[in-house]
Design a protein. Structure first.
Length: 263
């Protein structure tokens, strides 16, 4: 704990040195593949490249910029991770979730985590925005936090209910986290459906676990960018993921704004 405290102090020092002050944060946002444009909407924007912040990794994947962006959205102080770190990039799970400790130290009380996911539930279609109702950790990698055997808090029910009342056609589902980076086989997807998964992706669960541990109220949103392997005849591609997230971005931005205003 002592070690992480001094690491957080160093990261805050870097942020302060880069923008000249230490920003206050109410809501943290982690934006998934192709969804990073939300950061363009914020007012009084100041941005710090990850490579200027000690302790932060550097994203290597197309569709993930590497900036920590501060400013106002829906009159709230936000901190956006424009681009995230993945386990499949060869990162350690504790380094992937590290920025959450920094957000918490800056005052964050709420976290919105978004991702691109493959639809397993046959009633989903590409372009759907799905609230993460529960998770399955099929990567079997947990961030090393001391829960003293407490259960993980995956969501804030009241926050979700308030959003539900304002945003039409919101679907809900269970997200299964796999390590990737290869997409799944059709048999894996059939097995995941039997396990109770509605969508599959390669992120989010480590961040949600740590956010819950830090006492942040969590909202997870999956953007269904493709139907998972074996459901449709054409093969999956990362380009398809980026293309669908591009098409759905206006609806996505609207949902994020509703979520922030309902914090
Ligand atoms: N599988 C895993 N991760 C994903 C997918 C998928 O089909 N689509 C977007 N991220």
């Amino acid at each position: 704990m002592k070690r992480i405290q001094s690491k957080i102090k160093d990261s805050l020092e870097c942020i302060k040195n880069h923008i000249g002050f230490l920003p206050e944060v109410e809501v943290g946002l982690i934006l998934g593949s192709g969804l990073g444009e939300m950061a363009d909407e914020i007012e009084n924007k100041v941005s710090v490249p990850y490579d200027k912040i000690k302790g932060f990794l550097k994203p290597t994947i197309e569709g993930h910029k590497g900036n920590l962006v501060f400013g106002k959205l829906e009159s709230r102080n936000v901190c956006i991770m424009q681009g995230r770190f993945h386990y499949y990039e060869g990162n350690k799970i504790e380094d992937i979730v590290y920025p959450l400790y920094v957000m918490k130290e800056l005052g964050a009380t709420n976290l919105i985590v978004t991702n691109a996911a493959g639809g397993i539930n046959m009633s989903f279609e590409p372009g759907d925005l799905v609230i993460i109702d529960d998770c399955i950790n099929f990567a079997f990698k947990n961030p090393p936090v001391d829960f003293s055997m407490k259960p993980v808090v995956f969501k804030d029910e009241d926050w979700i209910n308030r959003i539900d009342r304002r945003f039409k056609d919101l679907k809900k589902g269970t997200y299964i986290f796999v390590t990737g980076p290869s997409y799944e086989t059709p048999s894996e997807i059939r097995a995941f459906r039997k396990l109770g998964a509605d969508m599959v992706g390669m992120s989010t669960v480590p961040e949600i676990i740590v956010a819950g541990y830090l006492g942040l109220k969590v909202l997870g949103i999956s953007c269904i960018t493709n139907m998972a392997a074996g459901i449709l005849s054409q093969p999956l591609s990362h380009e398809e993921v980026i293309e669908v997230s591009r098409k759905v971005k206006e609806k996505f931005k609207e949902l994020i704004k509703v979520a922030i205003s309902e914090v």
